[in-house]
Design a protein around this ligand. Structure first.
Ligand code: CA2
Length: 149
């Protein structure tokens, strides 16, 4: 049985689809999860959201033991959390940092990510379509490393 891909979502993303549709669209997080499961085509996924930093850190620790890859939208913790960065550094497999919006087109406070230096890849600005795109790219990366290994 393949190890799951962990998809972790940070603060406020449980409210996705309910405000600022011009930036974040109208798709809810439950719909995003369904898109991810479609893209995964049966590969197991663990899809979670938390507003608490410690919980996201605990899930990254769990992923170190359980997951083949991590896709993370740390939301506001992207710009504040050295603790999430340190936890991700310990993950041995591929990591995709994901943002719905293009954080680099936004105000200066959204430009300095603590997560990007420890991520394998960064996806930003594709809207919620970025999630299934990340899942497909993660599956490609995993199959390449499995074949190489
Ligand atoms: O674009 C992204 O995915 C972000 O990670 C979203 C964060 C923001 O702090 C980052 O700069 C970029 C904010 C998430 C706010 O959650 C929402 C809740 C309801 C409606 C829309 C967004």
């Amino acid at each position: 049985m393949s190890k799951p891909i962990y998809i972790l979502n940070g603060p406020n993303l449980n409210r996705l689809g309910t405000r600022e549709p011009e930036i974040y669209g109208r798709t809810t997080l439950a719909e995003v999860e369904a898109l991810c499961r479609g893209a995964a085509a049966g590969h197991p996924l663990v899809f979670r959201q938390s507003n608490r930093e410690y919980e996201l850190i605990e899930w990254v620790h769990e992923a170190i033991d359980e997951a083949c890859g991590v896709i993370i939208n740390p939301a506001a913790f992207t710009f504040t959390s050295m603790a999430i960065m340190d936890a991700l550094k310990m993950f041995p497999g591929p990591i995709i940092e994901l943002h719905i919006s293009n954080i680099h087109r936004r105000e200066q406070i959204y430009h300095k990510s603590y997560v990007s230096p420890v991520a394998t890849a960064v996806i930003a600005g594709l809207g919620t379509d970025g999630y299934p795109t990340a899942v497909r790219s993660m599956l490609d990366m995993i199959s390449r490393t499995t074949k190489a290994g």
